[in-house]
Design a protein around this ligand. Structure first.
Ligand SMILES: Cc1ncc(COP(=O)(O)O)c(C=O)c1O
Length: 386
């Protein structure tokens, strides 16, 4: 049986895979079983921040594997403590809880927000307001937080206590009732929702409302975080200071990790046994993440913004392209042709892209070489124009 046949028979039917089996790669280039080369513009959905088999990343991971691959949270380990310190120093946040995925980082964030509401305003203050078209994960609670009905069908009843307001609707902010709402949670750029950045005025109004009414301002940086937006975290582009931040995906450059960051208001909200995770703070994932975060410096972020500008300039107004959206190297391209058709055509041309709603979505490695990016964008441009 081929890998494809084995997978179809034995792996649960949740993924609609393309007929490509990736076996190896280097940086932003990956190879299939037949040795065909592809430029990878998806980076495992924004995970392999420095591409595939990056040497510095490998060194950080293998050195840690040679020391200790896992230790329970009954003991201290160096990578976990150092990563928490680095994240706090780079963001101004105060404490970190580590877990294994984006959904889990949001579960932790929601639990923390509910406990804050309970302590501040009592048992009725548990509502979390999120945005229509958001995506926060696939657990029953993070599905409830997700403002897209399409994900809800057949899984009800979802966790109670979530309400969705329209993104960029400033008037809707006034409907938030601080007596029952403990937190507002949003993505600065809605990724799965179609790569749409929030309006600056909306974010700043929400920030002011939350500060004034002691509602926690919470940002989901699972997809936008760790350099993807051209800042270390996308909220930094808006000049706001959130109370809680969730992140995952690119943080450890390709190993499972999630992190919830707590600000000054929330740093002591959790006490012993309020939350936990067997694998959370895993030393190998944390060593990988330390190496990733240390490399996301001003120079790299400037390069991310420069590459982003290049893609926006090259594709905006190109034949067959209706619009280009997003921020940094998180880019959505609305095309005249159906995005899914284009992705299939681009696979033939040796380019791996993603989709988000009805758009092509690009999430290349942050260090994709300019020449590689140019080659890929030229092929996308040609495919849109055909
Ligand atoms: C903004 C956002 N939040 C949460 C998640 C869920 O992350 P995970 O798949 O790691 O659970 C995703 C995944 O795409 C995401 O884009």
């Amino acid at each position: 049986m081929s890998i494809c046949e084995l997978d179809k028979q034995y792996v649960s039917n949740t993924y609609n895979r393309f007929p490509v089996t990736i076996v190896s790669g280097k940086g932003s280039v990956v190879y299939d079983e037949a040795g065909k080369e592809y430029i990878d513009l998806g980076s495992g959905i924004g995970v392999t921040a420095f591409g595939v088999a990056d040497e510095l990343w490998q060194k950080a991971v293998t050195e840690q594997i040679g020391k200790v691959q896992h230790m329970s949270n009954l003991y201290y380990t160096e990578p976990c403590a150092k990563l928490a310190k680095t994240l706090c120093e780079r963001t101004g946040m105060k404490k970190v809880f580590f877990c294994n995925s984006g959904a889990e980082s949001n579960e932790c964030l929601i639990k923390a927000a509910r406990k804050y509401g309970f302590e501040k305003r009592g048992a009725d203050c548990y509502e979390v307001v999120t945005l229509v078209n958001s995506f926060h994960g696939r657990t029953i609670t993070t599905l409830a937080a997700t403002g897209q009905d399409v994900f809800h069908e057949q899984f009800k009843p979802l966790t109670a206590g979530f309400r969705h307001i329209a993104a960029n609707d400033i008037a809707a902010i006034g409907t938030i009732d601080p007596k029952k709402t403990c937190a507002v949670l949003f993505e600065c750029v809605q990724g799965e929702g179609g790569v749409n950045a929030l309006d600056r005025e909306f974010v700043l109004t929400l920030d002011a409302f939350c500060k004034k009414n002691d509602v926690l301002l919470c940002v989901d940086e699972v997809q936008t975080g760790n350099g993807r937006s051209g800042a270390l975290y996308a909220y930094m582009n808006f000049g706001i200071e959130p109370d809680l931040v969730s992140t995952a995906k690119g943080l450890a450059g390709g190993l499972p990790i999630g992190a919830t960051l707590f600000g000054a208001k929330t740093e002591n909200i959790f006490a012993y046994s309020d939350h936990g995770s067997t694998f959370g703070g895993n030393p190998v994932s944390c060593a990988a993440a330390l190496s990733v975060i240390d490399r996301i410096d001003d120079k790299l972020l400037a390069e991310v913004r420069e590459k982003s500008e290049y893609v926006f300039k090259t594709l905006t107004g190109a034949k067959g392209v209706e619009s280009v959206s997003g921020m940094g190297l998180m880019i959505g391209i609305k095309t005249e042709k159906p995005a899914k058709e284009l992705v299939a055509k681009l696979i033939e041309d040796g380019i791996l892209c993603l989709t988000a709603k009805d758009k092509l979505r690009l999430l290349p490695a942050l260090n994709i070489p300019f020449e590689t990016l140019k080659k890929a964008v030229d092929r996308i441009k040609a495919a849109c124009a055909e």
